[in-house]
Design a protein around this ligand. Structure first.
Ligand code: GLA
Length: 385
């Protein structure tokens, strides 16, 4: 394990090991910050963290994958740090803001979640540090507080006004289960991810759009603009969660075109999450797949967060035998599609997609077969290898 090796190379003494997973999301994209529903699962790709408490108020960090180091003092306010170090720094600051007092530490981390692929490597990094500092210093914060700490670190230090889905999934996820999360009440229910005869395959465009965070924040603003207008007519509305298609349709001519489009997408996507849960409960992969295709269409045309590479992957998937559903996953503008593929057709799927993608974009996509895995935790015994 790279985190371990790096720690032992840079530092001395005992350390503890923690791991926090990335996530997939079956459906429910850009609904979390609109207080809607999402359907994520934690996966078996993780950030691993080797960490040791210090008596001084200093943090020394090593990113094993990047081969870089960074340090800060716990009472620093805005130290100059490389981007990756802003996540642990943000976690420390957000813990402090809530009255927790973590001490100084030395840490090395690394992992196998591809960065910028829509699998929430940043949430995993936040969760790993949040869980580790909580345990190391006996802070006594509950899991939900740790998820909110991670989300706030993202808002205030990475500059992305994300919802709660990624941190929640990374902390609360369970092997073999998807989580239906109500992002308003934070009530959640686990559903077995039981897709007999099918696989979930991720196809990674390897496109990492630098525009993603500003466009993400812009979408969020547009949703807020929509809600402000809707409230004038329906004062009980607090977020797009409270809005239905009829309410929106009646206001179409008062809304700026793009704002209407964004709101329509969110309202429809929320409904799709509920429908997908029904389809899963009924063991109906055809319906799950159709809903995934509709989700992509909405993300591409109404929410406008897709890109040509993602669209080609979905279009090719739609024409490939044995593929029930396909859509872009995560914030958008690059990263992966998630595909529901009949087990016997996985090879055919990958061959076709690879050929079509290379022809248009000159490089091959990457494929990952999804396996779910447990949420963030300390590693013990054999797991430490
Ligand atoms: C990113 C954010 C999440 C969520 C998704 C889109 O992953 O971190 O909160 O909004 O985009 O569904």
């Amino acid at each position: 394990m790279k985190a371990r090796e790096s720690f032992e190379k840079e530092f001395t003494g005992q350390y503890r090991l923690f791991a926090a997973p990335g996530r997939i999301n079956l459906i429910g994209e850009h609904t979390d910050y609109n207080e809607g529903f999402v359907l994520p699962a934690s996966i078996d790709k993780r950030i691993y963290l080797a960490i040791q408490a210090l008596d001084t108020m200093r943090a020394d960090l090593v990113s094993a994958d990047l081969g870089e180091k960074a340090s800060f003092l716990l009472d620093d306010t805005r130290p100059k740090l490389p981007h990756w170090a802003l996540y642990p720094f943000g976690v420390v600051k957000e813990l402090q803001k809530r009255g927790f007092r973590p001490g100084g530490f030395r840490a090395a981390f690394g992992g196998d979640i591809p960065i910028g692929s829509g699998l929430s490597s940043s949430a995993a990094l936040e969760s790993a540090f949040a869980v580790a500092l909580n345990a190391l210093f006996g802070l006594g914060a509950d899991q939900m507080t740790l998820a909110l700490v991670g989300q706030s670190a993202e808002h205030h230090y990475a500059g992305v006004r994300c919802g709660i889905m990624d941190q929640f999934a990374s902390l609360f996820g369970k092997k073999g289960q998807v989580i239906r999360l109500d992002c308003r009440s934070l009530e959640h229910e686990f559903f077995p991810l039981d897709l007999e005869g099918f696989e979930l395959i991720l196809a990674d465009t390897r496109v990492k759009h630098s525009l993603a965070s500003s466009a993400y924040n812009e979408r969020r603003r547009q949703c807020e603009t929509g809600v402000a207008l809707i409230r004038k007519h329906f004062p009980a509305v607090k977020s797009l969660r409270d809005v239905n298609r009829e309410m929106l349709a009646g206001l179409e001519n008062q809304m700026e075109g793009k704002v209407f489009q964004r709101c329509s997408y969110v309202v429809e996507e929320n409904a799709r999450v509920t429908q997908t849960c029904d389809a899963l409960a009924q063991g109906d992969p055809d319906r799950v797949g159709r809903l995934m295709f509709f989700s992509h269409q909405g993300l591409r045309e109404q929410y406008e967060v897709s890109c040509p590479e993602l669209n080609l992957l979905v279009e090719t998937a739609a024409k490939t035998p044995g593929v029930k559903g396909s859509r872009m996953m995560g914030g958008g503008f690059g990263g992966c599609t998630i595909n529901l593929v009949r087990s016997n057709n996985v090879q055919l799927f990958q061959d076709r997609i690879a050929r079509a993608f290379e022809k248009d974009f000159g490089h091959l996509p990457l494929f990952y077969q999804v396996s779910t895995g447990d949420g963030a935790r300390e590693l013990t015994g054999n797991e430490q290898k």
